[in-house]
Design a binder for this molecule. Sequence first.
Ligand SMILES: [Ca+2]
Ligand SMILES: [Ca+2]
Ligand SMILES: [Zn+2]
Length: 330
Amino acid sequence: MPALPALFAATCAAALLAAAPPASAPTSAPPSAPSAVPPATAAAPPPDCVPSAADARPYPGELDLVGGLIPQIRHPLRAGLTRVQRILREREFARLVRGLTDDLLPRAVTVPVVVHVVSADGRRATGAVSDEMIDKQMDVLNRAYRGGSGSAASPFRFVLRDVNRVVRPEWAYITYGSRAERQMKYALRRGDARTLNLYVSRLGTPAAGWATFPSRSVDPGDGVVLHAETLPGGEVRGYNEGDTAVHEVGHWLNLYHTFEQGCAGEGDHVADTPAEAEPAAGCPVGRDTCAAAGRDPVRNYLDYGHDGCMVEFTPGQVRRMRQAWAVYRG
Ligand SMILES: [Ca+2]
Ligand SMILES: [Ca+2]
Ligand SMILES: [Zn+2]
């Protein structure tokens, strides 16, 4: 498709424009409300302009989960997709899935997974999780995507192909959108568009993880970054059951957050996830923040609830992931 490079050029330009302050902005703006997110990170465009979603799903670290978590969720990373990027992506996606009837969607998909464990010194404290944690993570991923928690079943099965252990101090503590992140991914990424590359490390960005959305041209930046201690048995209390991976792989398969666009427009572009005004913190079951029908989908994997809260994909989300597989990764 010859139009594609132009689309990405436009998308990247839009991202850079959106990230740049207006020319007339005062140079010494008063500091805004305290936020745990460093401004440099918040303004950075996605790595190489690969559309991606950085998650302010918490990186509590030393912060406690009551006082530290909620402010971060209220001030989510402003990286990720700009409005223009989302509009362009959705326009392209709508064009690609036109004529793709449900009987043409994949019924069984095996996704090869390569896990890159990136640490500074080979110790758990700098990101080197155990094989046992990785095996448990694969189980959590598979259980979620086959509908094991009672939600809609998807056709995706994840098979661990390799665990690539890398000791590189300059790559550990991965920082969203950094040159080091790009260098690491370009050096380590394996497989084609179907291959899920998981980068597990301590993170330099206060997030539980982030992911790239699919696109027609597979960029070496494609993949999912996870905070090592969000894997099952990790140290991030409340967020150590492996559901961050389920959430991030949802982005990798083209899902937006359920709170995308708040109560406005088409929200997350999925009809059976009720719109919600803001991310869920904790597990506020019964919350209803938008006038549109339905209570907030706070138990959805694409919201920001804690791991014990996340149990659901909807049929509409599964359909969108199958469509995305057919047109982007299959
Ligand atoms: Ca929706
Ligand atoms: Ca509602
Ligand atoms: Zn997310």
